[in-house]
Ligand binder design. Structure first.
Ligand code: PBG
Length: 334
């Protein structure tokens, strides 16, 4: 680009267009609006319950009645979609995570309550077994603790179906089993759920940034070992493109990169290579880092939040899952 330019300083002064606020707005290459946000919400049992999560300051688990209030808040703020994660009561967690298949489990009840109260709000559900297993893994484990691929995928298909039947608009498999997107797509089609979307957590890395989330869904203390045999290695980018290609070929409507900011290179490469709706998850540890920076006086929350979210858009994201969604939507003047 620079090589074809004939003019140079002082004919060209890039600061000219930055000199006034109106001009900066006029020249902005990237736009961030509340419509770019997906708000992850944690659900718990009970009535009138708000349980703050210590490692995620400002984020709580909500009982269904309070969740519905959050849904109305999201709609009023112009946030198009919420993502639900259940904190399954400990007594319902088993080795095989069978509560995930219960059509009346906390997740399905939450979907129904939200759809009933706020029908125009999009609902994304998480497909993975970690909130339901006694060992905290996303799938079924064998005697050696290895997470079994094909047996897990079969359960995930059933889980996605009960969620779709409850009214989920987007099912989002976050488990990283091979082949599950195609199997879920097939089951959704066979079940008449032609318009239920699949957002594949296609490039999900085994990350140190998920700690507060595991507190929120109650799996941190239960988790045996790590998730490195199924989630991706932080060293790999070419492999992320293979993951995305496979999930798209199997019928994913959109793909996700996770975590967010440390993996913006992956977002850009996926977007450039495939030109499909690409989302990123600014995960719990990223949220917590921003809050810690604010608490330490190292930065100003509103500016940090808007700058990071703009960075996702600039990198090519169609949208971002972020716990800061309601704050960002407010700042963006919904
Ligand atoms: C698990 C799941 C995780 C997150 C979303 N789904 C954690 C994990 O893989 O251990 C993390 C989200 C966050 O940290 O905000 N299926």
């Amino acid at each position: 680009m620079a090589t074809t330019m004939t003019a140079s300083f002082p004919a060209i002064r890039l600061r000219r267009t930055r000199a006034a606020a109106w001009s900066r707005r006029l020249h902005a290459e990237t736009v961030l609006t509340p419509a770019d946000l997906i708000w992850p919400l944690f659900v718990t049992v009970g009535q009138g319950v708000e349980e703050p999560i210590a490692s995620l300051p400002g984020v709580s688990r909500w009982s269904l009645d309070r969740l519905v209030e959050r849904g109305r808040e999201a709609a009023a703020l112009g946030i198009p979609c919420v993502a639900l994660f259940p904190n399954t009561p400990p007594g319902l967690r088993t080795d095989d995570g069978r509560e995930a298949l219960n059509p009346d489990n906390l997740m399905c009840r939450a979907v129904r309550a939200l759809k009933d109260a706020v029908p125009d709000l999009g609902i994304l559900t998480d497909v993975a077994l970690d909130p339901y297993t006694s060992h905290g893994h996303d799938g079924l484990v064998d005697a050696a603790g290895y997470v079994l691929n094909d047996a897990t995928a079969a359960v995930l298909v059933g889980q996605a179906l009960v969620q779709a039947e409850a009214g989920a608009d987007i099912v989002a498999p976050s488990d990283m089993m091979d082949g599950r997107i195609g199997q879920i797509r097939g089951a959704l089609e066979a079940g008449g759920h032609h318009n239920v979307q699949i957002m594949a957590y296609a490039a999900k890395y085994a990350s140190a940034f998920y700690g507060p989330f595991r507190d929120a869904v109650g799996s941190r203390g239960l988790l045996k070992g790590d998730k490195k045999t199924y989630q991706m290695d932080a060293a790999n980018a070419e492999e992320a493109l293979r993951e995305v290609a496979l999930d798209l070929a199997e019928g994913a409507d959109s793909v996700m990169v996770k975590p967010g900011l440390p993996y913006l290179d992956i977002v850009r490469r996926v977007r450039d290579a495939f030109r499909v709706p690409t989302f990123a998850y600014q995960v719990s540890g990223e949220y917590a880092m921003i809050e810690a920076a604010v608490a330490a006086g190292a930065g100003e929350r509103d500016a940090l939040v808007l700058e990071t979210l703009m960075a996702f858009k600039r990198a090519g994201c169609a949208g971002v899952l972020t716990y800061h969604a309601p704050l960002a939507a407010r700042l963006l003047g919904a």
